[in-house]
Design a protein around this ligand. Sequence first.
Ligand SMILES: [Zn+2]
Length: 450
Amino acid sequence: MLRALRFLAILAVLVWLALWLADQPGSVILNWRGYRLDTSFALMLVAVAVIAIIVALVYRLWINILGLPSRIIRSRREKRRRRGYLALTRGMVAVAAGDPDDASRQVKRAEGLLGEPPLTMLLSAQAAQLTDDETAAGKHFSAMLDNPETEFLGLRGLLNQAMKRDDWREALKLARRAYRVRPKSRWVASTLFDMLTRAGHWAEAEATLTESVKHHLVGQADGHGRQAALKFQRSLEAREQGNDAEAVKCASQAHDMDPGFIPAAVIKARSLVDSGKMRKAASLIELAWQLQPHPDFVHVYWAAKGANDAAQKFKATQHLAGLKPDHPESCIAVAAAALEARMWDKAREYLQPMVASGGSVRACRLMAELEESEHGDPARGREWLMRASHADPNPAWVCNHCGNAVAEWSALCGKCGNFDSFAWRAPAHIVSLASEEAEMPAALTARANE
Ligand SMILES: [Zn+2]
């Protein structure tokens, strides 16, 4: 609309100009080297306009002719690039489809057309891997290390190769380098952390974890849990080396990071008892019991409460169990303490509901002990021991990854090598039958074997 209006306006001005010129024709006389041109001013103006237009057109044509060769070269180059990228794309599709022949054919085409090795190197390596030619793939990955743009991709390829052939020393070296190149990559940070823990480089693992938390690659809560596990592992090592002060310090730090971490709470409470801080030790255990009851807490709690005889121990245990009254650990702890105090009715009161709903190995064994101690009836005791062999397994430290069940917590699972994978819970039935004795926590094994 606006354009049409503008065109009409220009047309109107031109018509007005033409009419005005027609009204005032005037005359122009040109004398040049004996030639004479005698015309009207309007006609001369038209002639000048026509000449100007022709000159402009000729000039444009000339410029176009001059730029033709470079345009042809540019268009050919563009065509090559397009074909190169097409070959690259087809190569990627061939790799994804697992077609090694087509993949290497397309890689060669892309290499020839693009002439940009960084772009095709990864594809070449992947094509080589499709034919199980790890040596050739390794060469391509190594070549990628020279270029800052492709260094990380090369490292990742080499790292995966090293992990595949179980060369953990080389894998750790590559993971460290990849981490230096990209410390904010979640994959690299977690792979490096995993390798450092497997190799027992606890201090470096701790530093990596701290950075990962800082870069938001690991959540705060998860980070604290793992930091606590690392600190506690250092505590275990210090104890092994006879450095008890350092062991207690590390365990105490682990407890501060994660108050629900059972082994650290036990050691910290024990050290508080040893230094005469009984009330502090007792309240630490009480808090830990509320988070997650565990049989190892019972003995420390007795010491913190100054419970020396069976009656005092029963009273202390009842108080502790009262903080989480419905938990099976609470019932087992009170029942065991009642048995020691020869309070048969109390023991039965806590055990009966447990065995009524199937019961665990521990509950059945304590029932056997109760029957023998109260009635002096070995036959009924044996009956309960028979039931124990079919009962639910006792809780143990069970690996969340492979189900491996052990009596003592450790930072790494001895079976699958995963870090901080143990949780205190009932293992699968079959595992418990294989290592029933080993799973019994120390305090209860002693009782069951009495
Ligand atoms: Zn495991």
